[in-house]
Design a protein around this ligand. Structure first.
Ligand SMILES: [Cu+2]
Length: 163
C-alpha cells in the first residue's frame, strides 16, 4: 500500500471513528451520527444533523433544541416551493414508533443562529434535545468538514445500521 493510500485510509478511519464515537439513549430513543459541517469563522449560522431511532411502542416528538454556542436554535425542514428549495421552521418533529427520523442536509436540520464562535473541524459542541415523552438530553455534536460516511449515501448507510 502506498503512503498516500495509507494516509487516505487513516483519514477515512479517523472520520468514521469520530462520527460514531458517541451515541445516546434517553427513554426509548437512540440518538446517533451527530455532526455539523464546519463553517467559515465569520458565518453567523450553522446546522446540526443526527438520527433519532425510536425503539418504543409510541411515537415521540422532538419539541425543541438549545445550545450555548448559538443565540437561537430552531428546528428546520427543507421544502420545495415553486421549484425552489427553501428552508422553514417547524414547531416539532415526530419520531414514529419503531421508526426513525433523520436530520440531514436538504432535510430536517437544527439551525443555529447568532453563532458567536464557529467550532473547527474535530471540535464538539453541546446540544440539548427536548422530547415530549422521553424528556431532555444533552448530546455532543462533532464538527467535520465532510458528511460522515454513514449518512453520505443509502448503500453505506444501511451497512452501518446493523441494529
Ligand atoms: Cu435551516
Amino acid at each position: 500500500m502506498s503512503l498516500k493510500k495509507s494516509l487516505l485510509l487513516a483519514a477515512l478511519l479517523g472520520t468514521s471513528l469520530l462520527a460514531n464515537a458517541h451515541d445516546y439513549r434517553v427513554g426509548e430513543l437512540h440518538i446517533e451520527h451527530l455532526w455539523s459541517r464546519e463553517m467559515p469563522p465569520v458565518a453567523p449560522t450553522a446546522a446540526a444533523y443526527f438520527v433519532v431511532h425510536n425503539q418504543g411502542q409510541e411515537a415521540d416528538r422532538l419539541l425543541g433544541v438549545q445550545t450555548p454556542v448559538a443565540g437561537k436554535a430552531e428546528l428546520h425542514e427543507h421544502v420545495h416551493a415553486d421549484g425552489v428549495m427553501k428552508m422553514q421552521q417547524v414547531q416539532d418533529v415526530v419520531v414514529p414508533a419503531g421508526g426513525e427520523v433523520r436530520f440531514e442536509p436538504m432535510g430536517y436540520h437544527v439551525m443555529l443562529f447568532n453563532v458567536q464562535q464557529q467550532a473547527r473541524d474535530g471540535e464538539r459542541f453541546p446540544l440539548t434535545l427536548t422530547f415530549e415523552k422521553a424528556g431532555a438530553i444533552e448530546v455532543e455534536v462533532a464538527v467535520q468538514t465532510e458528511a460522515p460516511a454513514a449518512t453520505a449515501e443509502p448503500a453505506t448507510r444501511d451497512a452501518a445500521h446493523q441494529h
